[in-house]
Design a protein around this ligand. Structure first.
Ligand SMILES: Cc1ncc(COP(=O)(O)O)c(C=O)c1O
Length: 398
């Protein structure tokens, strides 16, 4: 008897290259996180898995610095967390004020509109923060149901101040949604301290876990607002009242949890807490400062507003006459380093250099400066100053 063979060749097993991930995410994943993903898959209602889920929830609360009962990873990337916040908190005709000063603010406004909200965009130029008083005035004038902000705008490298805006929102009875995709695990995020009602993040940035989960938290006030909706939550998959029944003590099947990703997140959160959040934030700050000292020595400038710069994502202005894409290509092909391009109006004018999670290290800063200098020289730019020396001097200071 002849065995049937497919005429199409079956691909060989994959062998992705090893990269230094210094773009806007994903960041490099520590070996123990990858190893956690290789542990045996068990059932999503197995008591051993339920115990792991409980630990994950407790650690999600710790990194968000919240006592909220609802704190868990949504199955999906950061955008799934964004969808879950707007789908639950908005009903058709509700008013939402969204701060827009980059691509992810634009995405929030678009998502809110898709759930039927009447969206008011409060805009600032890309690379600048949205001033408190502008948002506060809009909140007092319109008295919206929801106020939404991006904490760390990955498209521009700007850290948005949120405290005064969240306070004004609470005073007017609005719920504040905060995008913490790039900030969580890299700089302080104070969900309870700032009075945030709903927040979402993603695993692949400063938590250094593969992409695929979105840690989300809702305050009791936010959950109460979902319970008192006139209409059902339009997306069954993201309905927080159903998710709470699976992740809470009821353990009612909702969807099959991505077991291996939850293992990975457990390990990534464990590593973050073992390092200590304050120590981790300090590490991100030191590496950012050393990087920008090195870049300054090369004559490079940042495009984000001074005093409001992200320490995990640096928007570096492309000098006149330099081929932005060629530099990125060279870094990848010759040095195995990935950095990001500009998005939207910043396309072609900035590089986005990430120092997120495990990728934020002294070794990576020095390796990058060396490789970046060589890629720029390749483009005909005469290097000015000694970037390595400047970075080392900065390390010596801090
Ligand atoms: C600030 C911000 N919000 C939302 C997202 C969307 O996350 P994801 O690409 O994981 O869906 C990103 C992704 O880079 C982001 O940087």
């Amino acid at each position: 008897m002849q065995t049937e063979r497919s005429s199409a060749a079956v691909p060989v097993p994959i062998a992705p290259p090893v990269r230094l991930l210094m773009g806007p995410g994903p960041s490099n994943v520590p070996p123990s996180v990858l190893e956690a993903m290789a542990k045996p898959v068990i059932g999503h209602l197995d008591p051993a898995f339920l115990a792991i889920m409980d630990e994950v929830q407790a650690m999600v609360r710790q990194v968000f610095r919240t006592k909220n009962r609802f704190a868990l990873p949504i199955s999906g990337t950061g955008s799934a967390g964004m969808e879950s916040c707007f789908a639950n908190l908005l009903e058709p005709g509700d008013m939402a004020i969204v701060g827009v000063n980059g691509l992810f603010g634009m995405r929030m406004a678009e998502v809110a509109a898709r759930y039927g909200a009447n969206v008011i965009r409060v805009e600032a130029p890309w690379g600048m923060i949205i001033p408190d008083h502008v948002m506060v005035e809009a909140i007092r004038l319109h008295r919206p149901k929801v106020v939404a902000l991006v904490h760390a705008e990955t498209s521009t490298g700007v850290l948005q101040p949120v405290e005064a805006i969240a306070r004004a929102a609470a005073e007017s009875g609005a719920l504040t949604i905060l995008d913490c995709v790039t900030s969580l695990g890299g700089c302080p995020v104070e969900i309870d301290g700032w009075g945030i009602d709903a927040a979402y993040s993603a695993t692949q940035k400063c938590l250094s876990c593969p992409p695929g989960l979105s840690p989300v938290t809702f305050s009791e006030r936010a959950i109460e607002s979902v319970r008192s909706r006139k209409t059902t939550v339009p997306v069954w998959y993201f309905d927080v009242t159903l998710l709470a029944q699976y992740w809470g003590s009821d353990r009612v099947y909702h969807h099959t949890a991505p077991i291996s990703m939850i293992y990975a997140l457990h390990e990534a959160l464990r590593l973050a807490l073992e390092e200590g959040l304050e120590v981790r934030f300090q590490r991100h700050r030191r590496n950012h400062e050393a990087l920008i000292a090195g870049l300054a020595a090369m004559g490079m400038e940042l495009a984000s507003e001074e005093g409001h710069r992200l320490q995990m994502l640096n928007a570096v202005r492309v000098p006149v006459g330099i081929d932005e894409a060629a530099v990125r290509r060279r870094l990848l092909s010759e040095h195995g380093i990935e950095i990001g391009a500009g998005l939207g109006p910043l396309r072609g004018t900035i590089w986005r250099v990430g120092l997120m999670g495990a990728s934020s290290s002294r070794e990576n800063v020095l390796t990058f400066l060396e490789a970046f200098g060589s890629a720029l020289r390749e483009q005909g730019m005469a290097a000015t100053g000694d970037a390595r020396e400047a970075a080392l001097a900065e390390y010596g200071r801090s």
